[in-house]
Design a protein around this ligand. Structure first.
Ligand code: XMP
Length: 530
């Protein structure tokens, strides 16, 4: 395991991902983690970047014991500065904050044909790197030497003379440093000597054994499925582990995509054999949503109604089992566990040393279920990033189109209908959205886009059809590319694809006479409109 200590940089989770992509298990912990409290011995430690300056009063500080752990350490950006600060170097403010590309000159050991330092071994004598810092090292810490510099940063990369301690000012974890992943690879594989054995093949076996052990021979588990990648993969994994002792519930809340409930049923139950109940609660949801426009209210209503419906259904499943037992069937164990498809980014979000980040939108999940149901939580995906969940899904024979599916928010189309949510409005949006996605798939663009969807605007515009004037609603199309949805860029479509989508929507969807394309990035916009 590589331990990554997070000082609050927006890129910290990317360091973790890059290690995992190299098949090395890495765990992110807040920088305040005390070394004596660790319940494992890391093979190496990476100190992340940070928005702070080491001289700030409230600057996050690392436990000085990290430097006595006897394992290799790599400090990135602030991590370098924090290391230097601890080891008697000097850090000063740059004249200008440096942000962007730089050319790193790699110093060769000795001269002539000598190799570079182990951190840059085989990477040539120059590489493009990405910088983002306001402070930089101005005096070397004791017993360190330079292994790389840029025009503006004479100490852009340093190494200890005898210990495996390294510091780099640039960010190897971002894709703007094209060979950054190789630098991280040199550190975790060559310097820390980690074995590259973190693969989903190994994970499946271990996780199934772990689930069987926690649930015991009789324990029963329920869980909600949504049709998304995470809940589907989690459900299939549970099914592999404990078969029909896992019971999945899909709640049709009336604001799903077109034919979604049916498709989820066919795939999970018919094709994958998962024990599944689909509950059509659309009436209840839509009646509670009537006349509600405020997005946060919509989210609350959907979250709470979901809990009501799910609990009722779980009680029915329990009652049915009791009835069977009364009729002489072998008694089933009680439902003791609730499956949740929590992923590692959710875990990271809650471990930050600053506490969970500010809520911009309340993202609804089923966490609220636990309070009343007294169920224990089982979270088989909590160590995984999304790309790992997808790899796991492929190994579990989940069909490729589902594994690659764009995320879909819990409150569904209710937050994509900007005005009041009615059955008619849902139908219009479902239709437009399905055409949009169909055309994106037909153009072979689906996998280049991180998330695409249609939004139904509550405004009407004038149009003309045949020789009649129309006065109908407007659809906005959204498509973004994003690594983690914290930031996102709008997707540049070929014009003919947009033309085809627009023409199909205005021709085929009754009630729509105009289509617009959203060209806002996040920030300052968000991905969803509500
Ligand atoms: P925003 O709009 O916050 O979206 O930029 C970022 C990602 O989060 C999804 N999203 C939600 N997911 N419940 C969810 O489960 C929600 O209430 C919710 N709001 C936004 C959004 O689809 C995007 O992937």
């Amino acid at each position: 395991t590589i331990l990554i200590l997070d000082f609050g940089s927006q890129y910290s989770h990317l360091i973790t991902r890059r290690c995992r992509e190299l098949n090395v298990y890495a765990e992110l912990m807040p920088c305040t983690q005390k070394m004596q409290d660790l319940n494992f011995k890391p093979k190496g430690i990476i100190l992340s970047g940070s928005p702070y300056s080491v001289y700030d009063q409230d600057a996050p500080r690392v436990d000085p014991a990290v430097f006595d752990m006897g394992v290799p350490i790599l400090g990135i950006c602030y991590g370098l500065q924090e290391m230097a600060w601890n080891l008697k170097g000097k850090v000063t403010k740059c004249d200008h904050r440096e942000y962007g590309f730089a050319q790193l000159q790699i110093s060769m050991i000795g001269s002539g044909d000598e190799p570079a330092d182990a951190l840059f071994e085989g990477l040539g004598d120059e590489m493009q790197v990405w910088m983002s810092h306001g402070d930089q090292l101005s005096e070397m810490p004791e017993n360190f030497h330079i292994i790389g510099k840029t025009k503006t940063a004479p100490y852009a990369a340093i190494a200890h003379n005898s210990k495996p301690f390294y510091g780099i000012q640039f960010h190897p974890e971002v894709t703007h440093s094209p060979r950054g992943k190789e630098v991280i690879g040199r550190f975790v594989l060559n310097i820390c000597k980690c074995r590259a054995n973190w693969t989903m093949e190994e994970f499946i076996g271990k996780e199934i054994a772990r689930i069987r052990q926690i649930c015991g021979p009789k324990g029963r588990v329920i869980g909600a499925v949504s049709g998304g990648v995470d809940s589907t993969v989690a459900a299939k994994l549970m099914h592999e582990a404990i078969g029909d002792r896992f019971h999945a519930i899909m709640v049709d809340n009336g604001v799903l995509r077109k034919n979604e409930a049916q498709q989820v049923h066919d795939m999970l139950n018919r094709d994958l054999g998962v024990n599944l109940t689909v509950v059509d609660a659309s009436e209840l949801f839509l009646s509670r949503l009537a006349d509600v426009e405020d997005p946060e209210k919509k989210r609350k209503i959907i979250g709470n109604t979901f809990i009501n419906v799910f609990e009722d259904e779980a009680a029915k499943i329990e009652a049915a089992a009791e009835l069977e037992a009364a009729g002489g069937a072998a008694p089933k164990g009680k439902i003791e566990w609730l499956l949740q498809g929590t992923l590692y980014p959710d875990v990271i979000e809650s471990i930050s040393f600053k506490g969970p980040s500010a809520t911009i939108k309340t993202h609804h999940n089923v966490g609220g279920l636990l309070k009343d149901m007294k169920l224990k939580l089982i979270e088989p995906l909590r160590e995984l990033f999304k790309d790992e969940v997808r790899a796991l899904g492929r190994l579990l024979s989940i069909p490729a189109p589902l594994v690659q599916r764009h995320p879909f928010p819990g409150p569904g189309l209710a937050i994509r209908i900007l005005g009041p949510v009615t059955r008619e409005q849902v139908k219009i949006l479902q239709h437009a959205d399905s055409i949009y996605i169909e055309e994106i798939r037909a153009a072979g663009l689906y996998e280049q886009i991180s998330q695409a969807f249609a939004v139904l605007l509550p405004v009407k515009a004038v149009g003309v059809m045949g020789d009649k004037r129309t006065y109908e609603q407007v659809i906005a199309l959204r498509a973004v590319q994003s690594e983690d949805f914290m930031t996102a860029d709008w997707f540049v479509f070929p014009a003919e694809v947009l033309r085809r989508i627009s023409s199909r929507i205005t021709n085929e969807v009754e009630g729509i006479n105009r289509v617009t394309y959203d060209i806002s990035s996040k920030p300052p916009a968000t991905v969803e409109w509500l």
